[in-house]
Write a protein that binds this ligand. Sequence first.
Ligand code: ADP
Length: 294
Amino acid sequence: MATIAPARQHERSTGSRQEADHKSAINQQTSPMMHVRNLCVNYENSRTGELTEAVLNVDIDIFPGEFVTIVGLSGCGKSTFLSAVAGLVPYQSGILEVAGRVVNGPGPDRAVVFQRASLLPWRTVLENVIYGLELRGIPRKEARDRGREILKLVQLEGFENFHPRALSGGMQQRTNLARALASDPDLLLLDEPFGALDAITRETMQNELLDIWQKHRKTVLLVTHQIDEAVLLSDRVIVFTERPARVRKQIVVDLKRPRSSAVKNNPEFLHLVDRIWSEVNRVGFGKEGEEYVI
Ligand code: ADP
């Protein structure tokens, strides 16, 4: 059995150490938008009572305007963690706060985009986008104006009156993203949002998301198993262990912004992807300050 050096909580990529120091200095003075400590999430089989530990003692802070991505092996607990933050799955213990408020269920401070667009088939694109605003009692004209503005942002101008069935998969997912953005959440939660799209549409959507994020600087938590997607989009990539998910490593992505998919040819990008791959595929886990055992 071999051992390797202890993990540091935040490992920097190559490149601008000064910039990373600057970022962490900012972070130390700012309250996190998402604050998670010792979070544990289990599933209980209602028939047998058997427990599945999905998330174990996870600590993560995300700061305002940060784009953070969680990667890990399939089935490790990424979606469970995101669902707990969304308030869709209860947690057993730990601290889970968004914008300073304890998460006790879903709320308008968080919006989620899943892999499959969950649009209401009887409503038009615009009506889907403003659905949440209507529920919150926003006046119709104001909601529609805001909806149109967001649809422009996601390149769906001109499709306001289409029904979901008349849209391609990529357009449906753009509508879903527009719906999430329309409610102006404190935290945008993206669970494999491009996972069901073909490779070309996926790349287009990644570029559009980069563009939208660069304009709006929403605080984003993304879950993906595509490591190149994680590096392209993020300020920081968090690698989860195999189930139950714990934080294995946090890697700061120092690649210059604004970015586009052209950055994928950059040697630093390729180095980061390799680095993260090896962390995702590492087996075993030691507590912080201990050694990893491989
Ligand atoms: P990932 O998103 O990393 O692929 P998930 O969070 O979906 O992983 O799943 C983590 C573990 O929890 C898996 O073993 C999965 O089978 C289990 N799991 C997920 N959802 C449920 C559920 N609703 N009930 C019971 N077990 C679940």
